[in-house]
Design a protein around this ligand. Structure first.
Ligand code: IMP
Ligand code: MG
Length: 201
């Protein structure tokens, strides 16, 4: 894999990172702009197209967070593929994941197939680990994983992604599919939620 884009340093005086006015009460700053996302997702699509040339993929996306990333990623995959979804939800509406439950099962048969598992973010790794365990039981030929974001500092499970859009610091982010209590998935950028938004709950 190409190295994921690294994001880190933040200058609070830098007005370029301010979100649009309508989001400023809730979102402290833009961490990854719409243009940066578009450019990076295009590069990932190109890399996947090269790496999987001659094969047919089953793309499995994890609901709900992966939807935006998935839509942009597969739009530029020049490969034959079939698409399916697996639903997960973790109890607890805060920023810490609770117990994971499956809310939707796969419909396609992935036995003997090449699977590309797509998720929004690899944080502690608990979600991806559980989903991978479940997929392995269905006996695919191979599973590769692709995430838009990863927070390496937070990993507790021994799981890694094969394709990563951006490595980000330990911040709670929303937008481009990522939520806080099911909100903010529609933001076209990835932003840092104001800590007050979740600390008061
Ligand atoms: P993990 O199981 O700890 O790796 O977390 C994966 C899931 O937690 C992701 O699919 C997200 O739904 C959620 N998550 C982790 N970090 C964030 C974040 O910064 N913002 C929004 N959701 C997050
Ligand atoms: Mg989520």
């Amino acid at each position: 894999m190409d190295k994921p884009d690294q994001l880190g340093a933040f200058d609070p005086q830098d007005h370029a990172t301010l979100p649009p006015a309508c989001w400023q009460a809730e979102v402290e700053r833009v961490l990854i702009t719409e243009a940066q996302i578009a450019q990076r997702v295009r590069a990932l699509s190109a890399e996947l197209t090269r790496d999987f040339a001659g094969r047919e993929l089953v793309v499995v996306a994890v609901l709900n967070g992966a939807i935006m990333f998935l839509a942009d990623l597969i739009r530029h995959l020049s490969l034959p593929l079939r698409l399916d979804f697996i639903g997960t939800s973790s109890y607890g509406a805060g920023t810490e994941a609770g117990e994971l439950v499956f809310t939707k099962e796969l419909r396609l048969d992935v036995r003997g197939r090449d699977v590309l598992l797509v998720d929004d973010i690899l944080d502690t790794g608990k979600t991806l680990r559980r989903v991978l365990e479940k997929l392995h039981e269905l006996k695919p030929r191979e599973i590769k994983t692709c995430v838009l974001l990863e927070k390496a500092a937070r990993r507790v499970e021994n799981v890694r992604a094969d394709y990563i859009g951006f490595s980000i610091p330990d911040l709670f982010v929303v937008g481009y599919g990522l939520d806080f209590a099911e909100r903010y998935r529609n933001l076209p950028f990835v932003g840092v939620l104001r800590p007050g938004m979740y600390e008061n709950r």
